[in-house]
Structure formats: C-alpha cells, structure tokens
Design a protein around this ligand. Structure first.
Ligand SMILES: Nc1ncnc2c1ncn2[C@@H]1O[C@H](COP(=O)(O)OP(=O)(O)O)[C@@H](O)[C@H]1O
Ligand SMILES: [Mg+2]
Length: 349
C-alpha cells in the first residue's frame, strides 16, 4: 500500500517536473509545442484527483502554478492575446481541478458508505446464523445443569463448580440474546411516548445498578418536552444500554446525569458521565458490533442502540465533555419517524 502510494506520488511529481523542464527548454516561438505541453499538465491533475480527491487536485494545481508562473512572466508581452489565452487556460485548469476533486471525494464517500453497509449486513447475517445455532444447545445445557443443581445437596464439594458453570452458561445465553437482538431487523410498534416519564422510570430502575457501584443517576428533565411517536420498549433499550455504559465507566461516588431537551425538529436525550472517557483510537469503533474494552462485555450495546435510533429516523453520537473528564452520549429522535423506516434486517428472526 505504502509502495503504491510512493509510486503514485513519484509519477505525479515526475510528470509535473518533466513537463515544466520541457517548457523552459523549448523555444518560446514553438507555440504549438507549448500548447501541447500545457495540455500535458492535465495528466498529473487527473491522476491526482482520481487517487487523492480534492486535496490531490489542489496540490497539483498549486505546484503547476508555482512552477509555470515564472515562465509565463518571462514571456509576458503586456497582456497580449496570447497572455490572455494562457491566463484563461490557467483559470480553466484550476476550475477543472476543483470540480474533479469534489466529484472524486463524493464518489469515494458513497463507495465507503456502501461498503460499510454491505459489511455490516454480512456481519449481521453471520451473527444471526451463529446465534441461532448456539441458542438451543445452550438452553439445554443451562436447563440440565440447573436440574442437576437442584438434585445435589448444598454441601456437595462439586456444588461450587456447578454454580460457576451455571453462571457462565447464563452469561453465554445473554450474549446469544444480544447477538440475536443485534442481527434481527428492527420492527417498531409506534405509539406516543413520553420521554420524560421513560427517563424517570429508567433512572429509578437502573439506580439499583448504580447503587452497587455507588454511582448516582440524576435526571434533569425539560418540562416542555413534546411527546414523540416511537417504540417505547426499544427506546428504553437504547437508553438502558448507554446509561449502563455510563455507570460502568464512572468512578465510585460520581454521578451520571440524564438530560432531556426539546430541539428544532424533535427531542434529544443526553447521558453525561464523568468517567475515563473514550480514547481517540476507539472513537470510530465503539458503535461497531463486538467492539468492547471490558472483560465480560459483549460489544453489542451501542450497535443495538444505533440500529434502533436510526430505525426511528434519529441519530446517536457522543462527544468528550468540555474541560471535564468523561463523555456525553446524545440520542436525537424526531417527533415522528418516517413511515417507511423499518431498520435493516439481516437474517432469520
Ligand atoms: N460512557 C462511556 N465511557 C467510556 N467508554 C465507553 C462508554 N460507553 C461505551 N464505551 C466504550 O464502548 C465500548 C462498546 O460499548 P458497548 O457496545 O455497550 O459494549 P460493552 O458495554 O459490552 O463493552 C465499551 O467497551 C467501551 O470501551
Ligand atoms: Mg454496554
């Protein structure tokens, strides 16, 4: 990759230098040759635009102008028709560079978005197949182990080992549930939702988790928040996932604030924690399925939250807190979500 990059830059650089040297060495009277040489400047421009987008095209444009301008000044005849033509050619050159760069950048963004959604769909299908195949054997193992546990006396030396096996199997069952939830298409059943009420209920419900790690949940609700159309259970899942993450990231004795705000075209829910924050290296990955930095994490919480939020026509993102540790996760939801929004499905449900 690096080698290809170096080859490309060398090709562009050598073409520009080569054409410029020929300009300086060719007699000024040989007009046709000069016109031809000027046209040759388009070769590095087109390739730079193709390979490096707007940045490449502008870099070539700047270099060509810097190298060619002294020659043009030497040959300046005080604004003759020829000078004017060359100036116009220069303007055209810059215009084409900008246009080409913008078009190539747009094309690249489209291709990347398409690739990402295709990759995500493929991951989703694979996860769905695996989770389906794991579900039944795991349920059988868990069920039989619980049966055996009930039959052996509590002072049996094997009891402790059996309890560990039951606990770990339950964790695997949870993981499979998460995988199925992630890979399933999001089907929303729409009804009016009072987000303030949901936040208050969740704060109460999750306070127990917070209390275990001595983290206090503080709801700060906007009394003028409009009701929204959405799927209450699914929105609850989104908030549970981000609040749980916030609690897990918080040091003991800290608080996690949950704010609701009305926005121009809907509402926003913000979950603010004062924990360690998210490293720059992880910024791109936290929403990807199976990305986790926790010993017993599944890495599916934010992936599921993103899918549900987007199925509602909303968006989810985070930013580091200003001047304080920790991050703020924001879930924006429109008052009513688009009718054709169904969410991406990946496989068997
Ligand atoms: N509030 C937060 N503070 C710091 N890191 C976070 C926060 N929320 C999410 N993360 C990071 O994003 C990762 C993925 O989160 P998630 O998808 O919920 O999976 P999990 O919680 O199972 O690890 C976490 O492992 C953690 O590294
Ligand atoms: Mg999580």
């Amino acid at each position: 990759m690096l080698a290809t990059n170096n080859t490309r830059i060398s090709f562009i650089g050598l073409t520009i230098v080569g054409v410029t040297v020929l300009h300086y060495l060719t007699l000024a009277e040989m007009r046709y040759e000069h016109t031809f040489l000027r046209l040759l400047y388009y070769v590095p421009l087109v390739f730079a635009g193709l390979w490096y987008g707007i940045r490449g095209a502008l870099a070539v444009c700047g270099t060509v102008i810097a190298l060619y301008t002294p020659y043009m000044l030497i040959q300046w005849h005080g604004f003759s028709t020829e000078d004017f033509d060359r100036l116009m050619e220069g303007v055209l050159f810059v215009g084409i560079a900008i246009l080409l760069g913008i078009l190539m950048d747009r094309e690249k963004r489209h291709t990347e978005a398409l690739m990402e959604s295709r990759n995500l769909a493929a991951v989703g299908r694979a996860v769905n197949e695996i989770a389906h195949d794991m579900k039944s054997p795991l349920m059988a193992i868990g069920g039989f182990m619980r049966q055996v546990a009930r039959q052996i006396p509590s002072d049996d030396p094997n009891r402790k080992k059996l309890n560990i096996a039951i606990r770990e199997t339950a964790r695997l069952e949870d993981m499979v549930k998460g995988m199925l939830e992630f890979s399933r298409s999001v089907r929303l059943s729409k009804s009016p939702v009072d987000i303030n009420e949901l936040v208050m209920d969740l704060a109460k419900l999750l306070s127990r988790n917070g209390a275990q790690s001595n983290v206090q949940l503080v709801p700060e609700i906007d009394p003028d928040l409009p009701m929204i159309m959405g799927d209450r259970d699914k929105i609850q899942r989104v908030l549970m996932n981000i609040i749980t993450n916030a609690i897990q990231a918080s040091p003991e004795g800290q608080k996690v604030r949950i704010l609701t705000e009305a926005s121009a075209d809907g509402i926003a829910i913000k979950v603010v924690d004062y924990g360690a924050g998210i490293k720059d290296d992880h910024k791109e990955s936290v929403f990807h399925p199976f990305f986790t930095t926790k010993k017993s994490g599944t890495g599916l919480g934010l992936g599921v939250a993103k899918k549900i939020t987007e199925a509602h026509g909303g968006r989810i993102y985070f930013y580091p807190n200003q001047g304080q540790p920790g991050v703020t996760f924001v879930v924006e939801l429109p008052v009513d979500f688009p009718r054709d929004q169904k969410g991406a499905g990946h496989g068997r449900t």
